[in-house]
Write a protein that binds this ligand. Structure first.
Ligand SMILES: [Fe+2]
Length: 242
């Protein structure tokens, strides 16, 4: 089973933002994933039009998809455009969950109003109920990262209460396969709550990799993660689309 993940589209009314999204979705159209998850920052300006443009493009991929907001999203407009699809009847939190094939895909809205950091605390009860409702292996996705990335200047705006999130995940035994997010505009791999933890590359312009005061001026093309689940194992692949 193949779950594609895209993140940080940052549609802003420009042709460039949508061209980058089209290039990623064009690649995905040939792969034909079983599901698509979008880990936040869909639109950053011209919100009403932006969400419609993004939704039209996601629908054309013709596979089940789920979205969660990021820190630049506008919850009210996002709910107006996607609410009928995800059963959202209030602006916060915009959580989503669905079974697709063998997997339980759970999207957490960890955003905090008017802030760039996230906080898992308000959605831990909802997550516990979602996890208790199914015995299927689960993949959790959200916008802000609940673990440090080590990238200079990028860990100020983490998802707070990672301990609480990890404790909620731990109650399920091994059922949660991993957690994946966006937000920093760089692909990376680590561990969280004893599970695989990943961050998808951005569709929008990537951040440069700066570690321990060392910098690079390499600019990455748009990209995505491809999560492949088979024989009770999750393997995540990076695809960059030049
Ligand atoms: Fe972003």
């Amino acid at each position: 089973m193949i779950v594609a993940q895209i993140s940080d589209i940052h549609a802003d009314g420009s042709d460039l933002a949508l061209e980058r999204l089209d290039s990623v979705l064009g690649w995905l159209r040939r792969l034909k994933p079983d599901a698509l998850i979008v880990s936040g920052d869909l639109v950053e300006a011209d919100f009403a039009n932006g969400y419609r443009e993004v939704r039209d493009r996601l629908e054309r991929l013709a596979c089940p998809y789920l979205v969660v907001p990021g820190n630049v999203d506008e919850h009210g407009e996002m709910r107006r455009v996607f609410g009928d699809r995800f059963g959202w009847n209030s602006d916060r939190p915009l959580n989503v969950a669905a079974h697709v094939g063998d997997l339980h895909l759970i999207g957490l809205d960890v955003t905090v109003e008017n802030a760039h950091h996230g906080d898992a605390t308000p959605v831990l009860g909802w997550l516990a109920d979602a996890l208790a409702s199914s015995q299927a292996p689960a993949l959790i996705f959200q916008h802000q990262h609940p673990f440090p990335t080590g990238i200079d200047g990028k860990d100020r705006n983490v998802c707070l209460n990672g301990d609480g999130l990890a404790a909620t995940i731990a109650t399920t035994g091994t059922r949660v396969l991993g957690l994946t997010c966006g937000h920093v505009h760089r692909p990376l791999f680590t561990r969280f709550a004893g599970r695989q933890a990943t961050m998808a590359p951005s569709v929008a312009r990537a951040n440069r990799l700066k570690l321990d005061g060392r910098d690079s001026d390499i600019v990455d093309p748009p990209g995505m993660l491809i999560h492949h689940y088979a024989e009770d194992r999750l393997v995540s692949h990076v695809v960059m689309v030049g």
